[in-house]
Design a protein around this ligand. Structure first.
Ligand code: IPE
Ligand code: IPE
Ligand code: MG
Length: 251
């Protein structure tokens, strides 16, 4: 297989990642859980850079689930602060690299400082044409389907639709990320093999990749490994990690 015969169309268009294992990574180093979250931000940066180099259309990162409010208040507070800091420091870089940032989830529960930061960053990068970076925050797959169903019900109540008109594509229009292709590849780090209420509808046909690597250790190599697995999974070209790397260098 010549590298020239390989194109980004063998790679997934939309990659979703459940970034898990920050707490255990920190614990293994005798550090508090939040140390793991801080180091997790570095892995986010590496992942976004590598995915953009590979020409992926969209990356969706699970940063905070609707169930994560159940964690100790201190930990939730640190996660919110980290989120604000990361948005502040990364917004310009994302913009410079032509990336579009979107936050997916029920952001109404966040404090106004965070909501403002999210709105600013989304606005700054809205016209960019490169990779879409979705940050799933206070997101739940069940919430997503529920909010879509509510919007459809409102149209029915307004007399614009009848129940018989409702098809899968009607509902799909109201889901978050409706403008993006469904997820081709889901990655979950830390060895857990569950979905944890992440995108449910959009994962319908995704290949599921589980790696024991804790999120803060996830890097360029790890993403390439996952891509290689995906490509082999698809049995399209059976290419190697080296070839994928070479593709990246060419871009
Ligand atoms: C993932 O790491 C980050 C978030 C859920 C915010 P965890 O904090 O879940 O780490 P573990 O699973 O406890 O090791
Ligand atoms: C899923 O991880 C949510 C995020 C990565 C943001 P969790 O660590 O919260 O999931 P469970 O509780 O182990 O299922
Ligand atoms: Mg976890």
């Amino acid at each position: 297989m010549q590298i020239s015969q390989l194109s980004s169309d063998v790679l997934p268009q939309h990659v979703a990642i459940i970034m898990d294992g920050n707490g255990r990574w920190a614990k293994a180093r005798g550090k508090p859980r939040v140390f793991g979250h801080k180091n997790g931000v570095k892995a986010v940066r590496k992942t976004i850079t590598t995915a953009a180099q590979l020409g992926i259309q969209a990356v969706t990162l699970f940063a905070f689930s609707s169930e994560n409010w159940r964690r100790p208040e201190d930990e939730v507070g640190v996660l919110m602060e980290l989120f604000i800091t990361a948005l502040s420091t990364e917004a310009k870089k994302l913009h410079k690299n032509n990336l579009r940032l979107r936050v997916i989830g029920d952001t109404s529960r966040f404090n106004s400082r965070l909501q403002d930061k999210i709105a600013q960053t989304e606005m700054l990068t809205a016209q960019n044409t490169g990779m879409v970076v979705n940050i799933a925050a206070n997101y739940g797959g069940q919430w997503d389907i529920t909010q879509a169903a509510r919007q459809v019900a409102e149209r029915v109540a307004a007399g614009e639709l009848t129940p018989a008109d409702i098809t899968e594509s009607t509902l799909a229009q109201y889901l978050t990320m409706s403008d993006l292709p469904n997820v081709d590849l889901l990655i979950r780090t830390s060895g857990e093999c569950r979905i944890s209420n992440f995108m449910l509808w959009q994962l319908a046909y995704a290949e599921l990749y589980f790696t024991p690597t804790f999120w803060p250790d996830f890097n360029e190599e790890s993403l390439i490994e996952a891509m290689t697995w995906f490509v082999n999974r698809e049995r399209r070209f059976g290419c190697t990690g080296e070839q994928i790397k070479a593709m990246m260098d060419k871009r």
